[in-house]
Ligand binder design. Structure first.
Ligand code: 5GP
Ligand code: ZN
Length: 136
């Protein structure tokens, strides 16, 4: 059983903030800022792209509700809402979860995002490749 399944079953303790039939939300044990919450579907799936469109929709309904609560409760200036898919993206726990991270002006946290440049028509080619892979 994975570590989040153990938290869901109660085998491992967690500081829960929300629970319903579909998901639980609990405090991240290693927060980017204090108040960092994880929203986790109860049914085990490794990554977000393993969810159906319906499950993803249900998950983000809860993310929306809990994000509003985190922002209000902590009087946060902003939030980062993040989901990592796969080890290459930084995913460490292979049970789907969405991070809700409260952000404050001058909190000292910087995500080190770079900005590459497309050459020529590359941007259109990437758009076409992705467009043709969209299902439904
Ligand atoms: P990932 O990198 O997979 O997107 O994020 C995994 C997150 O789970 C990390 O932010 C980490 O601090 C958190 N985490 C890992 N193990 C535990 C645990 O046993 N309990 C709680 N509450 N959080 C955990
Ligand atoms: Zn699991």
């Amino acid at each position: 059983m994975c570590i989040f399944c153990k938290i869901i079953s109660g085998e491992i303790p967690s500081a829960k903030v929300y629970e319903d039939d579909f998901c639980v939300a609990f405090m991240d044990i290693g927060p980017v800022n204090k108040g960092h919450v994880l929203v986790v579907p109860k049914k085990h799936a490794e990554t977000f792209v393993d969810l159906s469109e319906e499950e993803a929709g249900e998950l983000f309904k809860r993310v929306n509700r809990i994000a509003k609560a985190v922002k209000k409760a902590l009087d946060a200036d902003g939030l980062n809402i993040i989901n990592n898919v796969g080890a290459a993206s930084g995913q460490e726990v292979f049970h789907v979860h969405v991070h809700i991270i409260p952000r404050f002006e001058n909190d000292g946290m910087k995500f080190g995002w770079r900005k590459l440049q497309y050459v020529g028509d590359e941007i259109k080619e990437y758009a076409e490749t992705i467009k043709s892979a969209i299902e439904g």
